[in-house]
Design a protein around this ligand. Structure first.
Ligand code: GTP
Ligand code: MG
Length: 378
């Protein structure tokens, strides 16, 4: 931009280039020259590719942010995993470059590794009334990591089987550290829908993938496919109660009671729980902007009806009619998964023995080899 110069010194430009990986800059906008005005800023900076914003304050600080994606004026959110905040100068203008990368929920999920070696993936069990969005939740999370909308689990029809779904990072990507365990819906009438005894079997890891539920006869130790000696990795580490946000106000009493019984059962196992309040798009109808609307009323009613703290209820919107991924939808889904992972991790914290066993195994190995060496002296 002819005639307008940046306030940055040569030294500061060099430091900034170092943080950005040796890029060249051309000045697009300077507030003190062009005006402190958002629309002028956007007129000059939108659609310009990777952009760096530098700010100065009265105490000598120089700081800002880098985005790899172009600025736009759509008012929506853009995913940019390469974006970062930075500081060039700290208090009293002392040069102290610092780069603060964005920490995304997707990044946290991708890099998560359960703390026990014997549990490579955490198992999240989804429970809830028929049609609440259990299968759609798995499909939606799977879509986010695939990069396009996909529907591996059959949604929209009464599911009567038990399915375990690992999630892959990309089409041929590596498996993520989560497995969703999808179940048949809960019904208000007894003798129909998922039975509480069956939930105990699932939590303990006895139920095989593709098991066909039969409300009249739950899985027994002599049933075909019964997993006889499940280890911790086959068991459930976290439960997501999936509740339709549109129907919570008219939840039939018997169904409410069944859900409470289920919660008590899950509590007996000490498994942490989260409520996913689905269909928030239907609650707000056509005025819906996912990030800006929180269904407080429905969350409060859910908390009261199920006797669960408000902090353990998260609103989500599943992919159901969309053809493409939407950033706002992804944010809610990923926050929910991140929360589930954190809860599962807190559950695994109850099993500290593996490390001690490892140490024993290691000591035993050393004693064995020592014994062998000593033996060979004779
Ligand atoms: N608008 C909207 N529709 C949803 C949402 N989640 C699920 N649905 C729709 O609700 C219906 C039921 O969804 P499913 O995922 O099959 O529900 P489910 O809990 O797995 O149902 P069962 O397996 O029969 O117990 C489908 O038509 C979905 O498209 C959501 O967040 N918003
Ligand atoms: Mg289903």
């Amino acid at each position: 931009m002819a005639g307008v110069k940046s306030r940055l010194t040569q030294d500061e430009v060099k430091q900034l280039q170092h943080l950005l990986g040796s890029r060249q800059f051309s000045l697009l906008y300077k507030a003190s020259v062009h005006g402190y005005n958002a629309s002028i800023f956007h007129a000059k900076c939108d659609a310009q590719g990777p952009t760096v914003a530098v700010a100065y304050n009265g105490s000598g600080y120089i700081f800002g942010g880098f985005t790899c994606q172009s600025y736009v004026s759509s008012g929506g959110y853009i995913n940019d995993e390469k974006a970062f905040l930075f500081r060039l100068k700290g208090k009293e203008g002392v040069l102290s470059p610092l780069k603060i990368p964005v920490k995304t929920a997707s990044g946290e999920i991708r890099s998560y590794k359960p703390y026990l070696n014997s549990v490579p993936q955490i198992r999240i069990l989804v429970l809830g009334p028929i049609g609440a969005g259990k299968s759609s939740f798995f499909n939606s999370v799977n879509s986010v990591f695939r990069g396009y909308v996909t529907s591996q689990a059959i949604a929209g029809s009464d599911n009567t089987s038990y399915r375990t779904y690992p999630v892959k990072d990309g089409r041929d990507g590596k498996p993520l550290p989560i497995i969703f365990c999808d179940t048949m819906g809960i019904e208000e009438k007894s003798g129909t829908g998922l039975e509480i005894d069956e939930v105990s079997n699932i939590i303990k890891g006895h139920v095989p993938d593709r098991y066909q539920f039969n409300p009249a006869a739950t899985l027994r130790s002599d049933s075909p496919g019964y997993v006889k000696t499940p280890s911790l990795k086959d068991q459930i580490h976290c439960v997501a109660f999936v509740i339709d946000g549109c129907k919570i106000e008219i939840l039939p009493e018997k169904l409410e009671e069944k859900l409470k019984q289920l919660r008590r059962k899950v509590n007996q196992f000490g498994i942490p729980q989260l409520v996913l309040l689905t269909k928030v798009d239907e609650i707000f109808g056509e005025f819906f902007r996912i990030i800006h609307f929180v269904p407080f009323l429905q969350m409060r009613i859910t908390a009261e009806k199920l006797g669960i703290p408000l902090a353990q209820i998260v609103p989500v919107k599943n992919y159901c009619s969309e053809l493409d991924l939407l950033c706002d939808v992804d944010i809610l889904l990923l926050s929910a998964v991140r929360q589930l992972i954190r809860l599962a991790e807190s559950y695994l914290d109850n099993f500290p023995f593996e490390k001690i066993n490892d140490i024993f195994a290691c000591i035993k190995g050393r004693i064995d080899s020592l014994a062998f060496k000593v033996g060979s002296l004779y």
